[in-house]
Write a protein that binds this ligand. Structure first.
Ligand code: KG4
Ligand code: ZN
Length: 334
């Protein structure tokens, strides 16, 4: 079965064809990064216009390069939330048109579930139950999963997402946009123990609640820079100290959740999961405690349509077809 996935929830215009939920035929991504860079962040209106300009160009390339036509597709999977409303709308309208044209099912996919699935797409040995951390520019959420489609939200950020904190600290340090890779690069030349930023534990609403909070950490960096004018020449140490604080919190909470739920498998995904220092710390923890830690390859960490097409296949198998009045749900939960 060939599923075509379409993802336009933020600033990546992405299309992909995946066979049987496992084999990626091609994963095409047009990153709008350079277009948004002069603004220092994603401008929703610009993102929508760019999706509109690019989506059919990308689809044409995808099909031509692989010798396929729209008729070869068995179903069309599309992200319907969470994300920017106008951006989601472009992907949904495209998928609906193609579903109508080809008389093949439309499948509605939750972007966060897509990020979780990115790991399963690449690592078919993953067995349930597991604890999954989605850590990106828009989300920092921790789940306990017993099967595909059955998730318990253990915690989420109450303010900034971890990726958002990376982006904001990069701005404070004038490291450019997007901030995550820039902070990681700068941190390589720094001493991660020199500046000890707070490790925000987040509110503990219940015994088994694992919420995150990163805005205080960002403010701590802001105050540090204000109170230490010499820090402008020590950007690497600030970046390394900040990165270490974020990583310690992410690994610590995920570890705590895995122990509490007695799982031996941890899935980490989303844009921030491409951070090498984060991967290193998770792997170390896995080795110490005999847990299996999985990450997608970097191209499947950030927004992509292969994860949407892959997950679409399981929706098709479960008969979960969407109707043609599907609309965007910007605040969609998982
Ligand atoms: O998953 P994604 O492409 O989009 C969302 O769904 O948000 O994630 C983008 C986020 C950005 O905040 C970016 O700064 C962050 O992921 N990111 C990183 C790294 N690469 C991307 N953060 C830390 N280290 C990285 N290497
Ligand atoms: Zn995402």
């Amino acid at each position: 079965m060939l599923i075509c996935g379409i993802e336009t929830s933020c600033d990546e215009t992405a299309v992909s064809i995946v066979e049987d939920g496992k084999k990626i035929i091609e994963n095409r991504i047009f990153s709008q990064e350079a277009i948004h860079r002069p603004f220092g962040g994603v401008v929703p209106e610009v993102a929508c216009r760019t999706h509109l300009e690019k989506i059919f160009l990308l689809l044409d390339e995808l099909f031509n390069r692989n010798g396929l036509t729209y008729k070869d597709i068995d179903a069309w999977a599309v992200t319907y939330g969470p994300g920017l409303v106008g951006a989601l709308l472009i992907g949904i309208a495209t998928a609906k048109s193609l579903s109508c044209l080809t008389e093949k099912p439309l499948l509605a996919v939750n972007h966060i579930e897509g990020h979780l699935y990115a790991n399963i797409l690449e690592h078919q040995e993953i067995a349930f139950p597991w604890v999954g951390l989605v850590v990106s520019g828009g989300h920092t959420s921790l789940y306990f999963a017993t099967r595909l489609g059955k998730y318990k939200l253990l915690g989420e950020t109450v303010d900034d997402a971890a990726g958002e904190a990376f982006d904001k600290v990069a701005k404070l340090l004038s490291l450019g946009y997007p901030g995550g890779p820039a902070v990681e690069e700068a941190a390589k030349g720094g001493d991660r123990r020199k500046i000890k930023f707070p490790r925000p534990s987040g509110p503990k609403r219940r015994k088994d609640s694992f919420d995150f909070s990163f805005s205080g950490l960002k403010t701590a960096v802001l105050y540090y820079l204000r109170d230490h004018p010499e820090a402008a020449t020590q950007k690497a140490d600030v970046a390394a100290g900040f990165q270490e604080a974020v990583i310690e919190v992410l690994v610590g909470k995920t570890a705590e959740a895995a122990r509490m739920f007695g799982v031996k498998t941890i899935l980490v995904s989303g844009g921030v999961a491409s951070n090498n220092r984060l991967r290193q710390e998770f792997r170390q923890f896995g080795e110490n405690e005999g847990m299996n830690i999985f990450f997608p390859s970097p191209l499947l960490c950030t927004d992509n349509a292969a994860m949407i097409a892959g997950l679409g296949f399981s929706k098709l198998q479960n008969g979960e077809k969407a109707s043609l009045d599907l609309g965007p749900v910007p605040g969609l939960k998982l």
